[in-house]
Design a protein around this ligand. Structure first.
Ligand code: 13P
Length: 253
């Protein structure tokens, strides 16, 4: 059975004390997660160790890095390797967020290399995909997102692919307050699952978690997560407010 996941992406926000307080407030809510539910916090790199210690005693709570580099080690000043993350016992890493694709020129090929390094060091990639507004307006979003999956993921063996979490984040919905409708989210998630099924078989496709991201709020999470193929969310702005993210975790099905 695939996991239902509420993932916070804090992006480049919060000072260290603010981050500690936010995590404490969410954890203090003592939300009991079912066996197939997870809460993940993608925190800025300097906070990884603190955050991992904070969730250490909590079942089904995990910490993610927001990025890693596509080389194993060496003279890459300022970058963070998957081996380093592994040595900190970090179990998840967001890969290919649209902000990284846009501001840091990350290509599908580069992301394929990052995915490989994550898997080599036992880190579960949360692979982000999603189309810009122009593509949505041209109604070519299915091909566009399918291609992102093909070029970054479809070199993987079935064993490797089943370790991936996918996050569909339409760029026009990120930070805009404009959420995809439940119909739009369900339609794309079902399409992506059908693409996975064609390539890897229905059984494997049915076991991959596909999260929705883009203006998920405490008020719309339940409806979005109720869609058959939406297995939770990757949440930016609303994950910075404890009360909101608590409600979002509680909206998991
Ligand atoms: P918002 O929830 O702020 O729209 O951000 C979504 C996102 O980019 C999560 O990775």
């Amino acid at each position: 059975m695939r996991k239902q996941i509420a993932a916070a992406n804090w992006k480049m926000n919060l000072t260290y004390p603010q981050a500690e307080n936010l995590l404490t407030d969410v954890l203090n809510a003592q939300i009991e997660l079912k066996e197939d539910q997870q809460a993940i916090f993608a925190v800025p790199s300097p906070y990884l160790m603190m955050a991992n210690a904070a969730v250490a005693s909590k079942d089904n709570y995990f910490i993610a890095a927001q990025n890693c580099y596509n080389k194993e080690s060496g003279a890459y000043t300022g970058e963070i390797s998957t081996e380093m993350l592994h040595s900190l016992n970090i179990e998840y890493c967001v890969i290919g967020h649209s902000e990284r694709r846009e501001y840091f020129g990350e290509s599908n090929q580069m992301l394929a290399e990052k995915i490989n390094l994550c898997l080599e060091f036992e880190i579960t990639p949360i692979f982000c995909c999603g189309e810009p507004l122009t593509i949505r307006e041209a109604a070519t979003q299915n091909n566009y997102v399918e291609n992102q999956l093909r070029e970054s993921l479809f070199h993987l063996t079935p064993d490797q692919l089943q370790k991936i979490v996918i996050a569909y984040e339409p760029i026009w919905a990120i930070g805009t307050g404009k959420t995809a409708s439940t119909e739009q989210a369900q339609e794309m998630h079902a399409y992506l699952r059908s693409v996975l099924a064609k390539q890897y078989g229905q059984n494997l496709a049915d076991n991959i978690s596909i999260l929705y991201g883009g203006s998920v709020k405490s008020g719309n999470a339940k409806e979005l997560f109720s869609c058959e193929d939406v297995d939770g969310g990757l949440v930016g702005g609303a994950s910075l407010i404890a009360a909101d993210f608590i409600k979002i975790i509680q909206s998991l099905k």
